[in-house]
Design a protein around this ligand. Sequence first.
Ligand code: GLC
Length: 505
Amino acid sequence: MPDPNSTASLRWWQRGAIYQIYPRSFRDADGDGIGDLRGVLAGLDHLADLGVAALWLSPVYPSPMADFGYDISDYCDVAPVFGDLADLDALIAAAHARDIRVVLDWVPNHTSDQHPWFRDPGRRDRWYVWTDRPNNWRAQFRRGGPAWARGATTGRFYLHSFLPQQPDLNWDEPAVEAAMHDVLRFWLARGVDGFRMDVLYRIAKDPALQDNEPGRAHDQDWETMQERLARIRGVLEEFDEDRLAVGELHLPTQADVARYVNWPAGLHMAHNFHVLELPWSASVFHATLTELYALLAPGAWAAWCLNNHDYSRLATRHGAHAVRPAAMLLATLRGTPFLFQGEELGLTDAPIPPDRVVDVDGRDPERAPLPWQPPTTAGPGAGFTTGTPWLPIAPDAEARNVATQRDDPRSVLALYRALLALRRETPDLQAGAIAFAAPDEGDPDVLVYRRGRRHLVALNFSPEPRPVSWPSDARTVLCTHLDRDAAHAPPPVLRGGEGVIARVS
Ligand code: GLC
């Protein structure tokens, strides 16, 4: 019998955390106010210090930037604002030299309307989705509207699940599938370790273009999905078994999300927004997490993210008291933690004055630049840029910046570093089974679970103190406030927003 608590059979993406870089806002090396690849290179030591296993780079490809890079006009190059292919090669090499893997964003559902495929009359008709009679499908952004726009020359309508500048590719056309597989091969051959697959579930649609009905979507997650995904996995495996496929899935239920990782040649991991969107409540988290784990087939693996570039930051959504227990939750759940840049500082959203709004969907606040230094010493660019930042710097940058928190042994950054180090050196936290205490066993504001043979985690979701009972042989390993003595009995009362990891003998 293989030992279920052994890390021996785990792959790299199961052992460590993955850090999302939003390149416009990570670090600017050339002073134009927009982050770039040389900036990412310059910031790699921060990732190494934090102790992540990989970085995921949001799109850096040539793009008219109608959706800030998720509208791609060339899948196999780098946008000049970010640098060039040589910069990306240098970044991949430098990351690998620090034992950090590189995951790129792959956007298979749609291109930019400026992509040569859409501009080429010979390809446009077959490679995209057209109709004479628009159905009831809707575009996804908050301002929504019909998902159909009239083509400039033909008078027919093309499908855009997002902006009109993002026409959907027609994956029922074999040449499209082959071309998108070649995009994967292009990057895999350059040494990329895997892909975050943007709105993956949308590449399979009802070819008959029937109306969406209540309880049955025809514009996504169609029955062709499983075989299409299996062929994508096949492309990754042409290289080696270590290339990662993690998908973005906004699907109605967690059972839908679990399907994609339960398929034998499905995703390695799926981003599950059911958890990201929960209210900050221990009992609600308990119910949703236990549901997801019960849905996973043996061997299937979870991914956890509590922040990304499309959602208001957790520190703003749930408040400051949620930041530390959220960090401990992320690092100690069974599955792979995904962090979004700035999360490791407990960064909040930046308020955006109306004249500085640039995103079509209200997502500028969470995309504000990463503060590297205090503005009082580094100037208004907070070490992110020497120029004028493309979005305002968050108002808490004076306390929430990399340099200040690196020197503070009890900062949120110090907590993330300690948590990820503990996870790296603790087989229970990587491979160990997870078992939750029933909600009626303790205080309803405290989430309690066991990892593997010897580790217990208790997280107080409330801003007020809450009692917790521990086995008599429990000893503190780490607490969220970084001020309790290890190896002593864990506290019978958790402070507001406190979490504790303890070990039993
Ligand atoms: C994904 C991305 C989001 C983008 C959308 C369209 O949801 O995360 O930022 O706008 O896809 O590509």
